[in-house]
Design a protein. Sequence first.
Length: 81
Amino acid sequence: MKKKHRHLTQDQRFKIYLLHAEGKSLLKIAHTLGVHKSTISRELKRNHDPRVRVYPPDKSHILYAHKTMGLVPWMKRPSYN
């Protein structure tokens, strides 16, 4: 049986922020949240702010919501007319 893919919730993103700030490993964070370590790695890579070297969970969730609604131009879903 295939695993069902789930998106991270805002609560999970906040937990990633807290655990990452505490210096926990990606594997430890993944086990805590019940997701694969690559999920944590991708989340931190895609959504960290390189200017201040921090992962902002609130901004990350807003960006995710905008991507899924097609509000970010470079992430528009293809049109199947």
